[in-house]
Design a protein around this ligand. Structure first.
Ligand SMILES: C[S@@+](CC[C@H](N)C(=O)[O-])C[C@H]1O[C@@H](n2cnc3c(N)ncnc32)[C@H](O)[C@@H]1O
Length: 340
């Protein structure tokens, strides 16, 4: 940790490309950041984002990405969140162009593209297009040795509670109708309904995330192999129920509203909740988290709250000041040395 003296738990005001060059190689556990998107807005201090072409933008971003690859440990990872852009009525697919170049030029592996789903996207006026409501968070790694605490990702009960609330009273209604319409014997029908009621109760109590039912003559029969047991069950009883255990299936999707934080002077803040889940997945307490485009300080806020060290870089002095103040107000869960 001594090698990072002077950098740790600070927001450093400057150009990321230049500041990163001063950081030692293999010293950071996680880089997580949201760079300025291509031609989206002007952050008022130069920097990246307003290049003439998307190729130029990717070249400039790649200078910083290369440095991120250098400073991250072999056990670490790099998370980049990028947004897309319409040009001439067509999406440019900027995030994917970037991800492909990142892999080609630096040899990193892309282990996941996690899709951020926004329940409250910014409505656009174009009546001939749907409103974009997702953005990718790419997880890149340098080696197969990366730290990955899959069980910690989205491990809270909120998700199950939300599912419970959303599904309400219509849960399973369609299956009751299908059972009734099926060619099952009266005994099979009553057993299917009994078991259906039981599984609905499990969902409502939050014990499982959901289920699917297959009814003989209505749904396709399961194949053999891994599904062999289900096939036998369906032939014998006329139905089978597949329980979905939310906590064990970790999907590459994260739902979070676009946040507006009272008093935040920055126009493009990413959600604390998403940063928190990535820190749970990719770091341990005491690890070092770097954000080369820290903006209003979100990454620092979450890192401090979760007992991780952070290093933030930001080109606009106004945002540097703001980020420092915002981070200083956070109470860490553990005592670390905070220099903000
Ligand atoms: C999308 S914002 C990041 C917002 C941040 N995730 C948050 O939650 O507040 C990108 C930031 O990068 C900064 N920036 C642009 N070019 C930069 C550069 N070359 N070096 C450092 N920061 C830069 C901008 O001023 C802007 O604040």
């Amino acid at each position: 940790m001594g090698e990072l003296e002077g950098f740790l738990n600070r927001v450093i005001c400057g150009d990321a490309a230049e500041v990163l060059r001063r950081l030692p190689s293999n010293s950071v556990d996680l880089v997580i950041t949201s760079p300025p998107y291509y031609r989206q807005r002007n952050y008022g201090a130069g920097g990246i984002g307003n290049e003439r072409t998307v190729e130029e933008y990717i070249d400039n971003l790649m200078v910083i990405f290369r440095e991120c690859v250098r400073v991250v440990k072999d056990t670490g990872s790099i998370v980049f969140n990028l947004g897309d852009k319409y040009e001439d009525g067509s999406l440019l697919l900027v995030p994917y162009r970037f991800a492909i170049e990142a892999m080609k030029r630096t040899g990193v592996k892309l282990i996941n593209e996690v899709t951020w789903v926004k329940p409250n996207p910014v409505p656009k006026q174009d009546r001939r297009k749907l409103v974009p409501a997702t953005e990718p968070f790419f997880i890149f790694v340098k080696s197969g040795d990366y730290y990955f605490n899959r069980d910690a990702f989205l491990n809270h009960v909120d998700f199950l509670k939300r599912t419970k609330r959303k599904r309400g009273n219509n849960l399973g209604k369609r299956y009751f109708e299908l059972i009734e319409m099926s060619d099952l014997t009266p005994e099979q029908k009553s057993r299917a309904k009994r078991e259906l009621m039981e599984v609905i109760r499990e969902v409502k109590e939050g014990r499982i995330e959901g289920f699917r039912m297959k009814i003989k003559g209505v749904h396709a029969m399961p194949y053999g192999g891994q599904e062999g047991g289900r096939k036998i069950h369906m032939e014998r009883d006329g139905f089978t129920i597949i329980r979905i255990y939310g906590r064990s299936i970790k999907r590459d999707v994260i739902e979070s509203p676009v946040e507006t934080i009272k008093g935040n002077i920055h126009p493009a803040v990413y959600p604390e909740y998403i940063v928190q889940e990535f820190l749970k997945l990719l770091t341990k307490e005491g690890d070092v988290v770097l954000d080369p485009f820290i903006g209003s300080g979100t990454t620092g806020v979450v890192a401090k709250r979760m007992g991780r060290h952070f290093i933030g870089i930001e080109i606009n002095p106004k945002y540097c000041e703001y980020a420092r103040r915002r981070i200083a107000e956070v109470k860490p869960r553990r005592t670390l040395e905070w220099f903000v």
